[in-house]
Design a protein around this ligand. Structure first.
Ligand SMILES: Cc1cc2nc3c(=O)[nH]c(=O)nc-3n(C[C@H](O)[C@H](O)[C@H](O)COP(=O)(O)OP(=O)(O)OC[C@H]3O[C@@H](n4cnc5c(N)ncnc54)[C@H](O)[C@@H]3O)c2cc1C
Length: 232
């Protein structure tokens, strides 16, 4: 599963139910196959996540491999089940089903194999960027929106340079990092990790509005209704 988005979704559900004054009618349980979901964000992130789980009274069901889903339960490898009225699952370890019927080179998990320049392995004129591509880097790396955008820009640059007959190329691997504002619905946490440092800064109240603002900025710049601010 994808930890970061999973946390974000769960904390927002908690705060939505709280705002509606019906939180007490629901039991929220976060399930994940790994022992420490969120560990990719760095050591500093885990104590803060645990605090949020305790504060929001969200139960944890960690460290059990998921073998399947039934209409009202999650099934684990020890054959135990977690019953639920609603199950939300964000898979990370399986590529898009449409790729399986393509002739693109795929990893075992079903993502498109690319090189550092986003060129699909063995297919010189084909590029893949973003979540659909198999990203190579440190074991903590997470697929993210800003990485997808960087890969898109690099792929466009590389295509132009190839057409010009130049040897200039831009790779994505040296820019890998985790940079995320994890919205909780009533605040947020700023998470950063690269190969040198990792930290998490709680941002009560203002963080939520920053993330909302980013969403609006991101949408407007993509449709050309607002200019790109330098570096963003
Ligand atoms: C809850 C959540 C929170 C996140 N928070 C952050 C964050 O704070 N920071 C960050 O950097 N990243 C974050 N991410 C990750 C980020 O959203 C993704 O990495 C990014 O969107 C990947 O971009 P993409 O263009 O590769 O894929 P997508 O944005 O998923 O775009 C793929 C598009 O293809 C479309 N599509 C799918 N199938 C078909 C089909 N058969 N035919 C036509 N179209 C199709 C989909 O509808 C979608 O519009 C978050 C993700 C989630 C789920």
């Amino acid at each position: 599963m994808r930890g970061g988005p999973g946390f974000e979704l769960m904390f927002n559900i908690h705060n939505l139910l709280k705002r509606k004054n019906i939180r007490q009618n629901f039991e929220l349980i976060f399930f994940a196959p790994m022992e420490e979901p969120g560990a990719r964000m760095g050591k500093g992130a885990l104590p803060m996540l645990n605090k949020l789980f305790d504060r929001y009274k969200i139960e944890k069901c960690f460290g059990k491999k998921i073998t399947g889903f039934e209409s009202r339960s999650v099934v684990f490898e020890d054959e135990s089940k977690l019953d639920a009225d609603l199950i939300l699952f964000i898979p990370a370890s399986a590529g898009h089903s449409v790729l399986q019927s393509s002739d693109l080179p795929l990893t075992e998990a079903g993502f498109i194999q690319i090189d550092n320049f986003c060129q699909v392995c063995g297919l010189p004129d084909v590029y893949a960027i973003g979540d659909i591509a198999a990203i190579e880097g440190p074991d903590w790396i997470a697929k993210q929106g800003h990485i997808a955008e960087l890969m898109g820009r690099n792929a466009a640059y590389n295509i132009v340079e190839i057409e010009k007959g130049s040897a200039k190329r831009k790779g994505y691997q040296e820019h890998l990092n985790i940079l995320c504002v994890m919205d909780t619905g009533d605040g947020a946490a700023f998470v950063f990790r690269n190969d040198k440092k990792s930290f998490l800064i709680p941002m009560p109240i203002v963080g939520h509005w920053m993330k909302k603002g980013w969403g609006i900025y991101s949408k407007l710049t993509k449709v050309g209704k607002f200019p790109h601010l330098p570096g963003m």
